[in-house]
Design a protein. Structure first.
Length: 245
């Protein structure tokens, strides 16, 4: 299949690329930075240097790739956790989720791509009975950094699951740990290894009905029965050492 991976050089994108190449897919991957394009090419990806906030440019590269599936792994977070700059990082990430997703959805519709898989988070549920299911309401903070994140999540999920012309799947990822993340070991409250997150996206390319799926380890925080049954998701999945670029 032809896969368009938006955010190919991010934490999940870097883990997902070798899985897609292994499966024999033809992958076009985006990056904002020209200096990262060479690394994508070495990994077997057709690089597309594009700013997701430039709607016409993004639509053009999606159209050129003629993908069967678009995978949305776009984020704008620092490599290292910086408490002082966290609020600004969350605001940038929310902009990606709102404006970037809007542009990507428009590109998907214009190119008549039949399937879009997008990442969200599984640790933004409103306080309530645990484990949270996909039907549990997300928090709707009214002020502060949490409100910025809430607006971004609601916008992304609504765009992916309600806009016409394609099947939209949202993967609500748990708290990431592992290579390239802010944590080496599993944090409390719905942890998720970066490799398992990438594998969930790989599975969702060809499996699962449109809708929302919790993707996390089972620690009592969120239920993942739906992802196990529909996607074949296993939170214990890990990429073999040396298999990534």
């Amino acid at each position: 299949m032809r896969i368009f991976l938006a955010g190919a050089t991010g934490v999940i994108g870097r883990r997902l690329v070798p899985l897609l190449i292994r499966d024999g897919h033809e992958v076009t991957g985006t990056t904002r930075l020209p200096e990262k394009a060479e690394a994508l090419a070495r990994a077997g990806v057709r690089p597309a240097v594009v700013d997701v906030f430039d709607g016409p440019a993004l639509a053009a590269v999606v159209e050129k790739a003629r993908p069967d599936v678009v995978v949305h792994q776009l984020t704008d977070l620092p490599d290292l956790l910086d408490a002082e700059g966290l609020n600004e990082a969350l605001a940038r990430n929310a902009r990606i989720r709102i404006e970037g997703t809007c542009n990507l959805v428009a590109a998907v519709q214009a190119a008549r791509v039949p399937r879009l898989v997008a990442q969200s988070i599984a640790f933004a549920y409103a306080e309530g009975p645990r484990p949270y299911t996909e039907a549990s309401p997300l928090a709707a903070a009214e002020e502060g950094p949490q409100a910025v994140t809430a607006r971004g999540l609601h916008a992304l999920e609504e765009l992916v699951t309600t806009m016409p012309g394609f099947d939209g799947l949202v993967l609500r990822y748990g708290r990431l740990y592992g290579p390239g993340t802010w944590a080496e070991t599993a944090p409390a409250g719905a942890p998720l290894h970066a490799d398992a997150a990438a594998e969930a996206a790989r599975l969702a390319i060809t499996r699962g009905a449109p809708g929302i799926y919790n993707i996390a380890e089972e620690d009592g925080e969120v239920a993942i029965d739906k992802a196990r049954a529909a996607l074949g998701f296993d939170p214990a999945f890990r990429i073999a050492a040396g298999a990534t670029a």
